[in-house]
Ligand binder design. Structure first.
Ligand code: ADP
Ligand code: MG
Length: 335
């Protein structure tokens, strides 16, 4: 007899969910991204026990029609792409149609939603993979997603989570990073019995200053466009440097990304301007035709691959160099 057996569907689903949802901060990331894709102008997040007991994300976006609610929680069901061609040109934060299904298989998920044109809202629940019927429910325009008892059916994963406070910190970081790319959206985060973040709708320099504890004048603007790639953003002046490289945020098509290529280019370009072990703070945004990148590298979509690495490297290098040199030239004129 052969040794290979097909895993029961329930176990296969749990394994797949574990790849998308690693910890409470991954749930918050997926839910806030959904709110932003839905065109929300305000996003409110509440946490209990670092998100382990409860995560609630409320938005005022376009909502989910009652007849779509059962599909929204199915795997590979999405309203964001429809064809293979769309996959080549992703402009939304989500596209895999996997997050809600994954969350629903490892928590008690409740979605209540009302599109602006519907007089009444509707609700669906998924309890550790078991989907309920859709029922009518009163709801302001938009969507409320509640995630209770995350990983209660995956004890190994639950044990690996950090303290409530540490998980809350990760969530705060996740929301901060997203909020820098969506400065026109207001965000409110409550957890540990406190108001952790309260951001009004504002412009990018204001949001950046607020989150990094700097003033508008402490930043150098970056702006350069070449061969269809647009770079813009703000970098703290060398005298406002940080001892922690993590206050520099990179974005590609408004998606927070980690990229060793971008980090290296920045490092090279700032050599000689920042003292050793001090780092610029700020946010750098790249806009380019979506077909020139691949965000489909990892389920959490944190990593991005560029088709033309050399071009991206020199664009960032040049933009940063230009801003820093401009600044020292102005200083020379002043003195
Ligand atoms: P994806 O974001 O990749 O499409 P999700 O599982 O995160 O997959 O969501 C499935 C679908 O549910 C989305 O395509 C969208 O149509 C709908 N949806 C989820 N969250 C929201 C929300 N907050 N507002 C409106 N629609 C939503
Ligand atoms: Mg999504």
């Amino acid at each position: 007899m052969g040794k290979i057996k097909r895993l029961p569907q329930e176990i296969a689903r749990k394994i797949a969910a574990g790849e998308v949802i690693e910890r409470p901060a991954s749930v918050v990331k997926e839910l806030v991204e959904n709110a932003l894709d839905a065109g929300a102008s305000r996003v409110e997040i509440d946490l209990d026990k670092g998100g382990k007991a409860l995560i609630r994300v409320r938005d005022d976006g376009q909502g989910i029609p009652a007849e779509d609610l059962p599909l929204a929680v199915e795997r590979h069901a999405t309203s964001k792409i429809g064809s293979e061609a769309d996959l080549e040109a992703i402009r939304t934060l989500g596209f895999r149609g996997e997050a809600l299904a994954a969350i629903g298989s490892v928590s008690h998920l409740i979605i209540t939603s009302r599109p602006p044109e519907s007089p009444l809202g509707a609700r669906v629940e998924v309890r550790f993979g078991q989907k309920s019927e859709v029922v009518e429910a009163g709801c302001p325009q938009g969507t409320v997603v509640e995630v209770a008892d995350l990983f209660a059916n995956l004890p190994a994963r639950r044990r690996f989570l950090k303290s409530d406070r540490a998980e809350t910190t990760r969530i705060l970081e996740t929301v901060k990073a997203l909020s820098l790319a969506w400065e026109g959206v207001s965000f409110r985060l409550k957890g540990q019995g406190r108001l952790l973040l309260n951001l009004p709708r504002e412009d990018l320099p204001d949001r950046l200053g607020r989150l990094l504890g700097l003033g508008k004048k402490d930043f150098l603007p970056l702006s350069l466009e070449k061969e269809g790639v647009k770079l813009f953003g703000f970098l703290s002046r060398p005298e406002k440097a940080r001892h922690d490289p993590r206050s520099l945020y990179f974005y590609v098509l408004r998606r927070p990304v980690k990229s060793s290529l971008l980090a290296r280019a920045l490092n090279e370009a700032t050599k000689g301007f920042f003292m050793s072990r001090s780092y610029p703070a700020g946010a750098i945004f790249l806009d380019l035709p979506p077909e020139r990148i691949d965000v489909n590298v990892h389920p959490a979509k944190l990593e991005v691959r560029f088709r033309t690495e050399g071009q991206i490297f020199s664009l960032l290098h040049q933009a940063v160099r230009q801003a820093l040199l401009e600044k020292s030239r102005l200083k020379a004129v002043e003195t």
